[in-house]
Ligand binder design. Structure first.
Ligand code: HEC
Length: 457
């Protein structure tokens, strides 16, 4: 009871301290800038034209100090730094609403993007929600469905009945049967890895196991990573779960499970990316082997990393992270580093209350890119440069809410090009490069579809 009132009281205080960003805007800004930012006494905030500088820092300065000569008073004494940050995010949301990102031109199923023409080949439709996809060495595919089943798709496209004996899941919110990854030496060793939410609806967290499939049966299961039961929680959010391999190691992610503060704590599995030997042993040179009770941790300060991929031909691990509102991130993952959540973020809470004014701090890795407004990142892959010559190994990042795939070209100084290459085909759940070099995408609507992007000349 006491705890309950403690939390309720805390939330009440928070709501007194911090108004929703929309209320802030309507109360302080709309009279001059219009309810949609279209302008009036003040200039338009949504036409892409900035007289007083176009960076976030410029906007913060104008809002804090005002433009007394032009009739705008400063808000530095009325609003907190956090609230001003939330207004900067809100202005960008208004601008995007006024001018949403465009889909590439399409004619008779042919999509013409800046550097690459392609069509969509539909491989599978499913009345269930598929979550993860991986490729068996004989050309078959293995897919997960969030409600629990794991199924093999034959080369001819038929989907087999669920594999029997796969782990029991705790199906709650975003939790269920999540990623699947076939070991790179599967042809020799037969290992397949699964990540899923384990426990009960009241207490669950992401677990990673491996096993082998024979006669459509899950066999020889071994636990790769299972967090102590004390870390299981009741939130239905932020399970992470993507699995990738490199040089005998397996990497995977677990989201913060709605308990933000633990993402910073190396004695909690929440909000981390992990590295283990592919059989689950702890590598002796992991960054926190000495300091942490969870020596599998590779990096920290993550909210919900829902994509992991190695850049082909390198040992660079990249991730997209589903951030708070306005704070989705693309990160290059390095061992032992801190990616900032929730101390540093470009975003605010989904209810419009601020989190922090800090978008960068010493000792915290800056994202390579951040999406403000959010696209709700999930799934990403590097486009194979031979299959898609126009895309030269670019990153393709998926968005659930935005229903887009965005292409990002990364140069020595960061993002050089960005382009929406697919839009409004469904919520983008997973993007993987197949052994055939093609990009495969899981798209969600009522059920889900698996499609392939086919380059055209
Ligand atoms: C009393 C009217 C008034 C109010 C209230 C007001 N502004 Fe302004 N704002 C202006 C004027 C006038 C300008 C300058 C337009 C120009 O340079 O042509 C301006 C400029 C700006 C700019 C810079 C635009 C540019 O082109 O670089 C930003 C950003 C901005 N305001 C945000 C806000 C926000 C956020 C609020 C609410 C917290 C707010 N303003 C409240 C009148 C107002």
């Amino acid at each position: 009871m006491k705890i309950f009132f403690g939390i309720a009281g805390f939330l009440f205080l928070q709501s007194l301290l911090h108004a929703d960003v929309k209320e802030l805007y309507l109360q302080h800004c709309q009279v001059c800038h219009g309810n949609k930012g279209q302008g009036g006494l003040g200039s338009s905030l949504v036409d892409g034209q900035w007289t007083h500088g176009d960076t976030d820092a410029d906007h913060v300065k104008v809002i804090t100090d005002g433009l007394p000569d032009m009739g705008m008073a400063g808000f530095g004494s009325v609003l907190s730094d956090k609230e001003i940050r939330s207004l900067v995010i809100y202005i960008q949301e208004l601008a995007q609403r006024a001018d949403p990102p465009q889909a590439p031109p399409q004619s008779q199923g042919i999509f013409t993007t800046q550097h690459q023409i392609f069509s969509i080949d539909e491989i599978l439709t499913n009345d269930q929600k598929m979550w993860g996809l991986s490729f068996l060495p004989d050309g078959r595919k293995i897919i997960t469905e969030i409600d629990g089943p794991v199924k093999i798709m034959e080369v001819d496209g038929t989907l087999n009945p669920p594999i029997e004996g796969v782990p029991e899941i705790a199906r709650k919110g975003q939790g269920g049967m999540l990623d699947v990854a076939v070991h790179p030496d599967d042809a020799k060793n037969g290992w397949i890895y699964l990540a899923y939410s384990e426990g009960s609806k009241d207490k669950c967290i992401t677990t990673v196991v491996r096993g082998k499939v024979r006669n459509n049966q899950w066999q020889e299961e071994e636990v790769i990573f299972r967090a102590d039961e004390k870390f299981r929680g009741g939130a239905g959010v932020h399970f992470g779960s993507r699995i990738v391999f490199k040089d005998g190691y397996v990497f995977f992610s677990i989201g913060d499970r709605g308990r933000q503060q633990y993402a910073q704590d190396i004695d909690y599995p929440n909000g981390k990316i992990f590295r283990l030997h592919d059989d689950g042993r702890i590598p002796a040179d992991n960054p926190f082997v000495k300091e942490s009770s969870i020596p599998a941790i590779w990096s920290r300060g993550h909210r919900n990393p829902q994509a992991l991929a190695f850049r082909p031909g390198t040992d660079e691990l990249w991730s997209t992270e589903h951030g708070p509102r306005g704070g989705d991130e693309l990160n290059r993952i390095l061992p032992g580093r801190n990616y900032g959540w929730p101390t540093v973020t470009f975003g605010m809470n989904y209810n419009g209350t601020p989190i922090t004014e800090h978008t960068s701090l010493p000792g915290i890795e800056d994202p390579v890119w951040h999406w403000t407004p959010s696209i709700a990142t999930c799934g990403m892959a590097f486009a194979n440069a031979e299959t898609y010559p126009g895309w030269k190994g670019d990153i393709l990042a998926g968005g659930l809410k935005a229903q887009i795939i965005e292409r990002l070209r990364i140069g020595p100084d960061g993002v050089e090009e960005r382009e929406v290459i697919l839009k409004s085909q469904g919520r983008v759940r997973d993007i993987k490069t197949g052994p055939d070099g093609f990009i495969y995408v899981i798209l969600e609507n009522n059920g889900s579809r698996l499609v392939r992007l086919v380059p055209e000349q």
